[in-house]
Ligand binder design. Structure first.
Ligand code: GJV
Length: 455
């Protein structure tokens, strides 16, 4: 029988099967259902492929597709949930010292947790604490040494737990701290806890989705009225300049060794700007506007199902003229006091705080746009959890720029952005001039393999 591929006579076309449903968030993306067979025509980046379904072509996220044979094999083998969580690789990497060294060397992070314990030491007396994903046990040791909890359950799934047990003993805390090796979802605690503390935050706050384990543990092990540390979390965004990164990856091709390499620029754009840059360090001066929180999570009310799709909005007012290269994001978490009216502790990973190992995340635009003081940048952010690879997500940003300059100036920005920019006016969504889909857009897929454990 002739395959679809042969019928097309195009040997570069490959057939893939969709692992789960996907609804495109713009007109150049396809919508498809689990089990649909798509023809992939091109793979312009490792994340977004150009594919066809029922004669319609559009971009599709590569991680939602499996090559035919592989998909059938996976179906046969009933790909286990653990695979979708990539636990072997994930906990394998936390079984070595590299990541623990990185986390412990991060003073802002570690000191923030110590500060939480110290400033709540009186109220922690006789309390039962669960430290979820304790790693080398630093938070549990702070609790035991700086406060007087009755018990601390230090839960750790990786093989580091064996060493953590030794460290607890070595530091004379074995009366208080019990190390339990296993997945927090599966472990049995002797009793419910008053405090659930965890350092679960990943890149762009949610990456790794360890937060799911924390929410499940909360529902099972936190006493009524118990405390979550962190108690809330926020993701912040700011439109920014990224001159040196842009020069390094894009302007470079204009004249290397006196030659014109500009035909490589579209490739450079695909290769370097369609993925977030995780290790970005933004200078406060590169922020074009005041930053704004685009999503806030309440650790008491947040539900696991809420993590599938999280939407946020933004509206920024440009404060100074500059080149808009992209958006930078970071997160902040808050630890409420155990005492009513007590001071809240904050761990802020933004550019105006002490640097952390999370640094910031940069999302580059396709093309830079000149902006002026008074312009506004409005839009939405969508974090969509990968339905198959449970530790991953796709981030989509839509935005439009309202220029306060005259229409003629807009034209230039309009042209350079390849989109319709509406003229000035207070109306932040006055892009009613055109199809909202025409607005600029970035779709970014956090690539497979947790960044935290790959790098
Ligand atoms: N159960 C037990 N330990 C876990 C779990 C879980 N469900 N998930 C992660 N860990 N901030 N993104 C452990 C993991 O092995 C590692 O030692 C630590 O928690 C990760 C903490 C930093 N990761 C993060």
């Amino acid at each position: 029988m002739q395959t679809e591929k042969e019928k097309q006579g195009d040997t570069s076309v490959e057939e893939y099967v969709a692992l789960s449903n996907f609804s495109g968030s713009s007109s150049d993306q396809l919508c498809f259902n689990s089990g649909d067979r798509l023809l992939v025509h091109a793979k312009p980046s490792s994340e977004w492929w150009w594919a066809e379904l029922y004669g319609v072509r559009g971009y599709v996220p590569a991680s939602y597709l499996r090559q035919d044979a592989a998909a059938e094999e996976e179906e046969d083998n009933h790909t286990s949930l653990e695979d979708q969580w990539q636990d072997e690789e994930y906990f394998g990497s936390y079984g070595t010292l590299r990541l623990h060294l990185e986390m412990l060397s991060d003073k802002s992070r570690t000191e923030a947790y110590r500060k939480v314990i110290v400033s709540n030491s009186a109220s922690l007396r006789s309390k039962v604490v669960m430290d979820l994903g304790c790693g080398t046990g630093i938070i549990s040791l702070f609790c035991a040494q700086l406060a007087q909890p009755s018990e601390v359950y230090a839960v750790e799934a990786s093989s580091m737990a064996e060493y953590t047990r030794q460290l607890v003993k070595q530091n004379g805390c074995e009366q208080v701290v019990t190390v339990l090796q296993g997945r927090a979802e599966e472990i049995e605690l002797p009793k419910q806890v008053d405090v659930l503390v965890s350092e679960w935050m990943g890149n762009c706050l949610l990456f790794e989705f360890m937060v799911e384990s924390v929410l499940l543990a909360r529902d099972r092990w936190l006493k009524e009225g118990g405390v979550m540390w962190p108690s809330s979390a926020a993701l912040t965004l700011v439109p920014c300049q990224a001159n040196s990164y842009y020069a390094e990856k894009m302007t470079f091709w204009e004249q290397p060794y006196g030659l014109d390499f500009t035909p490589l620029q579209p490739l450079a754009q695909q290769e370097f700007f369609t993925k977030p840059k995780f290790n970005h360090v933004i200078e406060p001066d590169d922020c074009l506007t005041a930053p704004s929180d685009v999503l806030c999570l309440d650790m008491y009310t947040l539900q696991v199902k809420d993590l599938e799709e999280i939407k946020g909005q933004f509206h920024f007012c440009v404060e100074k003229p500059g080149v808009f290269h992209g958006f930078t994001s970071w997160f902040t978490v808050h630890f409420e006091s155990l005492e009513t009216g007590g001071a809240t502790v904050e761990l802020n990973t933004g550019p105006n705080s002490q640097p952390t190992h999370w640094k910031q995340t940069l999302f580059m635009l396709d093309r830079p746009v000149s902006v002026h003081a008074g312009d506004s940048i409005s839009g939405t952010i969508l974090l969509r959890r990968n339905p198959f690879w449970r530790r991953h997500m796709t981030i989509t940003l839509h935005w439009s720029i309202n220029s306060c300059k005259k229409e003629t100036d807009n034209c230039q920005a309009n042209h350079r952005l390849g989109q319709r920019v509406s003229p000035c006016g207070g109306d932040r969504f006055s892009v009613g001039h055109g199809d909202p889909q025409e607005n600029s857009r970035i779709n970014l897929l956090l690539s497979l393999g947790s960044v935290r454990y790959q790098w």
